[in-house]
Design a protein around this ligand. Structure first.
Ligand code: ADP
Ligand code: MG
Length: 222
């Protein structure tokens, strides 16, 4: 059964230089439990595709379904709530809040959503990611690998169906890159679905499917 269904999605930007089609008629079905690596050169649309699947960027045309829900039929508030419950997002640049400690970073989104009872769960995921002794540290006191593990802990907190990761190893050395990929693979082995945009080989080794983007289109090699 598909957990992600992207149907004929186009995203066009109007710039001074004219129209740019970041996505140009993408259709993609991802089944529960897949680990999909999205490969493609810089500017090929990887980030745009992940943001559209995350419910963070409304396509110009086409539809995106996650679970049984058409994301862009929801209003912005309901879509944010649906995303918080079902989708974890990991960014290349970590996106941690510098003045909050690691535990507070992981708990920030549920706190904004009004859930103040997630401390035990946060401690559990931080422990699972080897960060128990970093819980009260600030992001600046962490290595890049620890920062990205914090971002994965944050993505895992709500036990999402899907984790989307946008070049999550782009700022890591090979050893830390392997560790981050291993945690994503662990999530998949427990039944989760992973979609990773990637430049390098680290994530591709764990992928059950590799797809290639080129100028906003899926390249089937033909
Ligand atoms: P990738 O993640 O593969 O590097 P992106 O999805 O970031 O690619 O970008 C795809 C294309 O869309 C690029 O040509 C980029 O310049 C363009 N693009 C992305 N965001 C915007 C924006 N906000 N305004 C105009 N063009 C954009
Ligand atoms: Mg990108």
């Amino acid at each position: 059964m598909s957990v992600i269904l992207v149907t004929d999605v186009t995203k066009a930007y109007t710039t001074r230089a004219g129209q740019v089609k970041a996505l140009d008629g993408i259709s993609l079905e991802i089944a529960e439990g897949e680990f999909v690596a999205v490969r493609g050169p810089s500017g090929s649309g990887k980030t745009t595709l992940l943001m559209a699947i995350a419910g963070m960027l409304r396509p110009t045309s086409g539809t995106v379904k996650v679970g049984q829900q058409e994301l862009y039929e929801l209003n912005q508030r309901d879509r944010a709530a649906y995303r918080a419950k079902n989708i974890g997002f990991v960014f290349q640049m970590f996106h941690l809040v510098p003045y909050l400690n690691i535990s507070e970073n992981v708990l920030l989104a549920p706190r904004i959503a009004g859930a103040n009872d997630r401390q035990a769960e946060a401690a559990r995921v931080l422990d699972q990611l080897g960060l128990a002794d970093r819980a009260t540290h600030k992001p600046a006191e962490l290595s890049a690998g620890e920062k990205q593990r914090t971002a994965i802990a944050r993505a895992l907190l709500n036990r999402p169906k899907v984790i989307l990761a946008d070049e999550p190893t782009g700022n890591l050395d090979p050893e830390n890159a392997d560790t981050v990929v291993k945690y994503l693979a662990d999530f998949q082995s427990q039944g989760g679905t992973v979609v990773v945009a990637t430049h390098g080989p680290a994530a591709e080794a764990s992928a059950t499917r590799v797809i290639q983007l080129r100028e906003g289109r899926l390249d089937d090699g033909g």
